[in-house]
Design a protein around this ligand. Structure first.
Ligand code: ADP
Length: 628
């Protein structure tokens, strides 16, 4: 069958591409037969604005915008869109939009061609009849078209094809078209073409087309066989789209994706998207590595929970339930238990992002913090060792006064014991006096015992252990050891402790160490002061974050000017026998409790050190987020 037997419109109807034309307002006055076959809709339902219904709603706006701007934009426009087939499945098409100016009145119209990106084999375009019914200027259609005999002999190319390759039909005829293919792609292209001719099936291939003179551009070529009733090929029809820009964008995207993968690998950070309405997940490559799944695995909540440590499964499942029901920011740390028994510490952060109007999705990251947490632990242990060493040193400094603190009740016990004996040895023992003396003995013994208990607690090298405690009780206990130092320095202690304060998760021994440091510093700062009262006030109150504030205020020398921060650096001291570790260790302890500590000079005399401690928190934490 020779080409001359078909009008151009036959080719338009036969090419495996959606072709249509119309006005810049998006109303079509022509749609080719491929439209009706692919979408399963009648021609009359596609004409005008009818074709809009076959496009994915999210993509239609972009296409209509491009058509609307065709007057201003002389260049062709390309974009990927989703088109719904007769079974309501979406397929991705590459649309190419071209502009035509009517010679009669100078008005603009558009020509558009769409080729399916991944050609499917389900025969949308198969066995169509040819119904020439229209005359049109389609030789300028923005898609390259060609047609070949059943044996593969090319006998037609349109104007666009010639423009693109620089080859007129005469030179392209037969196998002449091969000189328009990039030499590196020629083998692949001819092999693909031969395979189609042998298999009588529709197919597509990508190659670079053009010339050495004008350069090559990536093109997507689709070929479709027209068969007779017996299934023999009568003729081939093809369409070629210039996909060079897409290809470059794709290469750039792939390169960026590679960079992102490398960056995620290096930082051990995976990223994911989660659609709460469908429960669907999308994972980056690093997410698969962290969770120990093959990249071919379909990610799901079940897969996440399957790897989650038994003790953390409940809180993770609850968290996903809640973020599916309501928008929340997520910041959660939990453990994974891998199939080989390895335990990983994971931090997950996620944020809701708007998606299609009222709907939202989550974008998130998962960071493998196992090594960081192990390093944190080692650092904490080192700090604990240092804190212990300085505690021992502080106790060494306090030994003289503590010894006094213990020997004083012991002496009193001895005195009261001797007195009791005397009351008993009388002719008429005075049992009432004896009872009073024994009561005093018990009180003094308890006092000595408390001091020794406190001393032993501070000297012990406990692994850090937190428990819910009252800050006022911690301060009172610490005062047992610090009191004698205050007496020696002639300091008056005022305890101004608020009632009804919340309990706080504390390492009690460490917190006592902080109080002793601050109180001994204050006492030492006042030891040389004459002419004013040496008053030390320890005050507690509720802070503005529902936590507790402790203020240790003295009337001493005050901090050396501008040194308010330097004092917190290790080994900074102005004392002849000072170690310069007290404030530095105190800051480490307070910060490890999530609190802050700072110092300032009073308006009059002396200085104060202020400690803020947060209220109690759960171990697995996730915060409520703001909408959007
Ligand atoms: P040390 O007491 O061994 O010097 P610290 O870290 O506890 O170590 O204190 C560092 C320095 O900060 C002290 O040497 C002193 O100069 C200053 N300092 C600390 N507390 C006070 C205070 N209440 N008043 C004045 N200066 C203080």
């Amino acid at each position: 069958m020779a080409l001359e037997e078909h009008s151009l419109i036959h080719i338009l109807d036969a090419v495996p591409a959606l072709l249509w034309s119309g006005r810049p307002d998006g109303r079509a006055d022509y749609v080719n037969r491929s439209w009706t076959i692919f979408t399963g809709r009648e021609h009359r339902d596609l004409i005008g604005a009818g074709w809009h219904n076959a496009l994915h709603p999210d993509d239609l706006r972009r296409v209509l915008d491009a058509l609307g701007q065709i007057d201003r934009n002389a260049r062709d426009r390309q974009m990927a869109v989703r088109v719904r087939d007769s079974l309501a499945r979406y397929h991705v098409f590459l649309i190419d939009i071209g502009k035509n100016v009517e010679p009669r009145d100078g008005s603009s119209s558009f020509y558009a061609a769409a080729i399916e990106m991944c050609n499917s084999d389900d025969g949308h375009y198969a066995n169509r009849a040819l119904e020439p019914d229209r005359d049109s200027p389609w030789t300028r259609i923005p898609v390259m078209m060609w047609s070949a005999r059943a044996d593969g002999y090319l006998d037609f190319v349109n104007e666009r094809w010639t423009q693109h390759t620089g080859l007129p039909l005469d030179e392209a005829r037969g196998a002449g078209w091969q000189s328009a293919i990039h030499p590196d792609d020629l083998n692949t292209a001819t092999r693909a073409w031969r395979k189609l001719i042998e298999s009588h099936t529709e197919g597509a291939s990508e190659c670079r087309m053009g010339s050495t003179e004008h350069g090559y551009r990536w093109s997507l070529s689709v070929a479709h066989p027209l068969c007779d009733d017996s299934g023999s090929v009568i003729r081939w029809y093809g369409a070629v789209l210039d996909i060079d820009d897409c290809k470059r964008a794709e290469d750039k995207l792939r390169l960026n994706q590679d960079y992102l993968n490398d960056a995620q690998r290096l930082t051990q950070t995976g990223s994911f998207a989660f659609d709460p309405s469908s429960g669907a997940f999308c994972w980056s490559r690093e997410m698969y590595r962290i969770y120990g799944y093959e990249p071919s695995t379909q990610p799901s909540l079940e897969r996440i929970l399957a790897r989650t440590h038994r003790e953390d499964v409940g809180s993770v499942a609850r968290m996903f339930d809640q973020i599916a029901a309501e928008r929340h920011d997520v910041d959660i740390e939990y453990r994974l238990l891998m199939p080989d028994g390895e335990i990983k510490q994971i931090r997950m952060l996620a944020h809701p992002v708007d998606h299609r109007g009222s709907q939202y999705r989550y974008a998130g990251t998962v960071i493998d913090v196992t090594e960081a947490r192990a390093a944190d632990r080692r650092l904490q242990e080192a700090h604990a060792d240092l804190a212990h060493a300085t505690r021992i040193a502080t106790l060494g400094e306090l030994t003289a006064s503590i010894a006094h603190e213990v020997s004083q009740p012991l002496t009193a016990i001895e005195t009261n014991g001797a007195a009791s004996l005397r009351w008993l040895q009388r002719d008429t023992p005075d049992l009432h006096e004896v009872e009073l003396a024994i009561e005093r003995i018990r009180r003094d013994a308890r006092r000595a015992n408390d001091v020794i208990r406190q001393l032993r607690a501070l000297a012990r090298k406990d692994v850090s252990a937190r428990k819910s405690a009252s800050i006022n009780a911690v301060i009172r206990d610490a005062m047992l050891l610090a009191r004698s130092q205050l007496i020696r320095d002639h300091v008056t202690l005022v305890l101004d402790l608020a009632t009804g304060l919340p309990r706080i998760d504390l390492d009690v021994v460490q917190m006592q160490q902080v109080i002793i440091n601050l109180v001994t510093n204050a006492s030492q700062a006042m030891s040389g002061i004459v002419g004013r009262a040496r008053t030390l006030t320890v005050r507690t109150l509720l802070n503005d974050r529902d936590g507790v504030r402790v203020i240790v205020r003295d009337a001493g020398t005050g901090f050396p000017d501008d040194h308010n921060e330097t004092m917190f650096t290790p080994f900074f001291t102005t004392k002849p026998n000072g170690m310069g570790m007290g404030l530095s260790i105190s800051r480490t302890i307070i910060e490890s409790h999530g609190g802050t500590i700072w110092a300032l000079n009073n308006a009059g005399h002396g200085a104060q050190v202020i400690v803020d401690l947060p209220g109690q928190e759960d171990r697995v934490v996730w915060r409520d987020g703001q909408a959007g």
